[in-house]
Design a protein around this ligand. Structure first.
Ligand SMILES: Cc1cc2nc3c(=O)[nH]c(=O)nc-3n(C[C@H](O)[C@H](O)[C@H](O)COP(=O)(O)OP(=O)(O)OC[C@H]3O[C@@H](n4cnc5c(N)ncnc54)[C@H](O)[C@@H]3O)c2cc1C
Length: 401
């Protein structure tokens, strides 16, 4: 029923441990960052500098950057595998995944000059592209209604934008050098369609902070280093606009399928972690003279989460294969995101329940990971918005918003 015409001729889906060397190497790096490391950061709401540095030094945050700019030039599946293994190891890519989430916008729509200016330094780790400013406090999921304005000023010394507005939930802004920012460059009442008149600016946070940009941390349920940002006559060179003025919404949408797929891969990794953790504990914990895992009330929720993992993983692999083949994959990427985050949540619940009271003790890491996967039902896209996509674009039901 989907309106998307997908040609599946010749597309195959790899099974098993694809990219085994990458998986093994990521697992080795993650071993140096055990639960104590993440617990300490969580308690202090601190940023995992050492972890991000280790991944950067090993080249794993720049796998999507073409070799000519110093990256590995690998396909999206490699990024998925890296993020999956990070999460399956009990670590979190939340501090650095934006580099992969947002990279596509610069790769696909940036000019040759911009790529040359930014990508080699991002690949080497000299520059961090970790912040992505889309969500605003008063508009939420209704992205086309954002209020942040950027007005172009012509200047012989170089044209620039004057930006005014506010973003919320801009994660990692305090730890990033660059921020991909969605702004309105033509007022909503002066465009034919509400998706027009939006533009993407690459903001150099090092120049902007204290010069029209204020960043305030938000204390949240998870240690996501998230912030709200206030822009008051912040200047951004026009040379930092990605692509054409007014086409920014399409550029952001273009990146959504890749974002859904790699977010889903993180959830697959988390699900694997919870199932392993729950199974181990259920086997070791003896109550009433037998392992608690002998009780079906304990083993069935874990087994059910495993079946959900298996199904979700197939959808992630299918969506990735379609993406790699250049085929439309909106339906599959959205379904993959929904199924994998639900599998992760059900596995988290099963794991917490299996641990009884100890599930609430920080030292078991279960409650921290449980909080982290709960976020995935809301960010980077909420479950309802995925269901709305499937209802409208796949099933042809009337648009609900
Ligand atoms: C930890 C964290 C990190 C984040 N990081 C970033 C980031 O780096 N950059 C960034 O730009 N944003 C980020 N976000 C924001 C995130 O993308 C938004 O929270 C999310 O898109 C939902 O927007 P909202 O919170 O305004 O909810 P709202 O849009 O206000 O929605 C509230 C609820 O209503 C539901 N809803 C709204 N409209 C409809 C509808 N038409 N039909 C059915 N249900 C509907 C939603 O599904 C949701 O459950 C982050 C959020 C969190 C929590």
């Amino acid at each position: 029923m989907s309106k998307e015409k997908v040609d599946v001729t010749g597309i195959s889906v790899p099974l098993g441990e694809d990219y085994p060397e990458i998986r093994e190497s990521v697992r080795r790096i993650c071993k140096d960052f055990p639960g104590e490391y993440w617990r300490d950061l969580d308690a202090r709401s601190a940023y995992p500098d050492a972890f991000v540095k280790a991944l950067t030094d090993a080249g794993y945050l720049s796998v999507l950057i073409p070799e000519v700019y110093g990256g590995a030039g690998l396909p999206l599946r490699a990024a998925s595998v890296i993020l999956e293994e990070i999460h399956a190891s009990g670590c979190s890519a939340g501090a650095c995944h934006a580099q992969m989430y947002t990279m596509g916008t610069l790769l696909r729509h940036g000019s040759a000059e911009q790529k040359q200016r930014f990508l080699p330094d991002i690949a080497s780790g000299k520059l961090r592209l970790q912040a992505f400013g889309v969500t605003e406090p008063t508009t939420g999921s209704d992205t086309t209604q954002i209020k942040t304005r950027a007005d172009l000023v012509r200047d012989p010394g170089g044209d620039y934008y004057v930006v005014n507005g506010q973003k919320v939930w801009t994660s990692r802004a305090l730890y990033s050098d660059l921020m991909m920012l969605l702004v309105r460059t033509t007022a909503a009442d002066q465009v034919a369609r509400k998706t027009e008149g939006l533009s993407v600016l690459l903001v150099d946070l090092r120049d902007a902070r204290g010069n029209g940009l204020e960043i305030r941390p938000i204390k949240a349920m998870v240690n996501h280093n998230t912030t709200e940002i206030f822009m008051d006559n912040m200047l951004v060179p026009a040379a930092n606009r990605i692509g054409e003025e007014g086409k920014g919404f399409r550029y952001i949408l273009d990146g959504m399928n890749a974002e859904r797929i790699i977010a889903a891969s993180e959830a697959i990794g988390d699900t694997r972690w919870f199932i392993r953790k729950a199974s181990n504990y259920a086997t070791e914990r003896i109550v009433f003279g037998r392992p608690i895992g002998q009780n079906q009330g304990i083993q069935f929720p874990i087994a059910r989460a495993y079946t959900e993992l298996a199904a979700a993983e197939m959808m992630v692999r299918k969506a990735t294969a379609l993406f790699a083949a250049g085929q439309p994959c909106g339906e599959d990427a959205n379904i993959a995101k929904l199924l994998s985050t639900e599998a992760a949540w059900h596995a988290a619940e099963a794991c917490l329940q299996t641990h009884g009271g100890f599930g609430f003790a920080s030292e078991y890491d279960v409650e921290r990971k449980w909080r982290e996967v709960r976020v995935m039902q809301v960010a980077p896209i909420s479950t309802n918005l995925i269901l709305a996509y499937v209802a409208e674009h796949v099933l042809g039901l009337p648009r609900s918003y």
